[in-house]
Design a protein around this ligand. Structure first.
Ligand code: ZN
Length: 410
């Protein structure tokens, strides 16, 4: 395969053009799913795809597919994709980079007049962020059969407006069946949204999979009483129990490294008054790990420590599981293709396991899937300050081009 390369300036310019839709004063974007800004960016994406000679289709869930024909169009397409929607105070790269990188692959193939064996497709998935409509990744979730169209449409924002109604309002309920179609391979290029690549001065992150997640809501109940007259030895202090548990959750994460994360991110104290011993505390636990057996062990430790702590302090407790996502392992074929491409192109690389969710995790259920990470400044994302270097974005896109060519011609 002769070395081919994408147009760095064109990729950067398309990202900057897209950043106008929902631009915020602080230099980020607010492009909530199915908002007017999302519609404008979708319209722009489709205009560019048509200019690049693609046929564009939209499914009933509002997912957009731009197709560049191959020599044998009976073959399932080799697909790149990500999302156009953003967080309320999001950045210029999260999601849209993967979509623009796919478009840049097609534009580059056009420049080189290269025809692939299998068709190439670029997908933009509806409502990846889950910020306006929960849950996240609902567009790719419906495409891969995890959710029904009805479940997708029924997702409502804080004002009770449904995703289905908003998709209809912005004119993005297409006629292609929502139930998906065969995909030859799926690749997603994305900014890392974490600090590893930048910290180690590495250009390409090769995703081997994603951490499994297990979430719990915990309630500790003691006894509210006056902070003065109640002596120390006769207290049932729910916040003291929660404080010990915050430290224990942290210790459990550290005890299961590597690939473990453990977080208490939410805490609610009742009655939250300076001269009342806290009677009830609710808090969240978020465990992540690459292995199910380790998640099992972390959960078991949580339950043991919680029981011991409650017993010691005279508290009641309740623990409720709220989410359970299995770890994801991407396709060895795709991982290997990404590694070899980065090596051939002379980019530094390392393996990464994603701690966050991406559409690729759902696509992985129906097609060989791989993901390519590029560094972002200070590892910051879901933030208007989000930034990335044009050369790094082009490097990720060059890897994407190469793996898509390999899979589409293989
Ligand atoms: Zn994203």
């Amino acid at each position: 395969m002769k070395p081919v390369s994408v147009n760095e300036n064109r990729l950067w310019q398309s990202l900057m053009d897209m950043a106008r839709y929902g631009a915020t004063p602080k230099g980020g974007v607010c492009r909530l799913a199915c908002s007017d800004e999302d519609r404008q960016a979708r319209d722009q994406f489709i205009r560019w795809c048509r200019e690049a000679g693609c046929s564009v289709s939209i499914d009933r869930m509002g997912n957009i597919f731009a197709r560049r024909p191959g020599r044998n169009n009976a073959l399932p397409p080799v697909m790149a994709g990500s999302h156009i929607d953003s967080q309320p105070s999001g950045g210029k790269f999260d999601g849209i980079y993967g979509v623009m990188a796919g478009l840049e692959v097609i534009r580059t193939l056009n420049d080189l007049e290269l025809v692939t064996t299998a068709p190439i497709e670029v997908a933009a998935w509806t409502n990846e962020e889950g910020s306006r409509f929960a849950p996240c990744m609902i567009g790719s979730g419906v495409f891969t059969g995890l959710f029904s169209l009805e479940e997708g449409y029924a997702c409502a924002d804080v004002n009770g407006i449904t995703l289905g109604a908003e998709l209809n309002r912005i004119g993005y309920i297409g006629d292609r069946p929502e139930s998906g179609f065969p995909v030859g391979s799926y690749f997603e290029a994305h900014i890392e949204q974490g600090p590893l690549l930048e910290d180690e001065n590495i250009t390409i992150g090769v995703l081997t999979g994603a951490l499994g997640q297990r979430w719990f809501d915990v309630t500790l109940t003691g006894r509210e009483s006056h902070a003065g007259p109640t002596p120390m030895h006769l207290r049932k202090d729910a916040l003291l129990g929660a404080a010990r548990m915050v430290a224990e959750v942290n210790r459990i994460g550290l005890a299961h490294l590597p690939h473990a994360c453990s977080t208490v991110g939410f805490l609610r104290v009742h009655p939250n008054s300076r001269n009342v011993i806290p009677g009830t505390v609710d808090f969240s636990v978020d465990f992540r790990h690459a292995e199910v057996s380790q998640l099992d062990a972390m959960e078991q430790e949580l339950r043991t420590v919680l029981a011991d702590t409650a017993f010691e302090l005279g508290l009641e407790y309740q623990v409720t599981p709220t989410a359970d996502f299995a770890p994801v392992h991407f396709s060895e074929i795709c991982i290997d293709a990404i590694r070899r491409s980065a090596q051939t192109l002379g980019y530094t690389q390392r393996d990464i396991i994603s701690g966050a969710g991406h559409d690729a995790m759902y696509l992985n259920r129906i097609a060989p899937t791989g993901m390519i990470f590029v560094p972002c400044e200070n590892g910051i994302s879901h933030n208007e300050q989000e930034n990335a270097r044009p050369a790094d974005l082009a490097a990720g896109c060059n890897v994407l081009l190469r793996v898509m060519l390999e899979r589409a011609n293989g």
